[in-house]
Design a binder for this molecule. Structure first.
Ligand SMILES: [Zn+2]
Length: 126
């Protein structure tokens, strides 16, 4: 089951996102999640989510278009970690085009989520 985490610029927890209608394939559109992102937009660092499975982590097309829409609405860029059970990658806009996102094992600024939060995201996804 996909699980999400809203985190601040220092990698601290703002909110866990574990909706009742989540599935293995996607996180449903969530007014509640949007309200949390908006209410915390000043301190917001990003949103992590899981792709339950053992494979390579990478954003889907839906992920990237969602990231771009949220950043446009918030007026700021975020870090978007994606986790499988095997690895963690950090997705970020690099531009110049609207959907030009890059993927790395750390954020562009060297940011990584604390290990215990990565472990909890995976535990909640099993
Ligand atoms: Zn995804």
């Amino acid at each position: 089951m996909e699980t999400g985490l809203v985190f601040n610029r220092h990698g601290g927890v703002i909110a866990w996102h574990v909706p009742e209608d989540r599935s293995a394939g996607f996180l449903p559109d969530s007014p509640t999640l949007w309200q949390i992102l908006w209410a915390n937009r000043v301190e917001l660092g990003g949103f992590a989510h899981t792709h339950p499975g053992e494979g390579i982590a990478s954003p889907s097309t839906t992920d990237v278009t969602t990231f771009a829409a949220i950043e446009l609405a918030l007026g700021k860029r975020l870090v978007w970690p994606i986790l499988t059970f095997a690895e963690t990658v950090y997705t970020e806009w690099v531009g110049p085009s609207a959907l030009a996102y890059t993927v790395g094992y750390k954020s562009q600024a060297g940011f990584e989520l604390p290990h215990e939060l990565l472990a909890k995201l995976r535990d909640l996804s099993r």
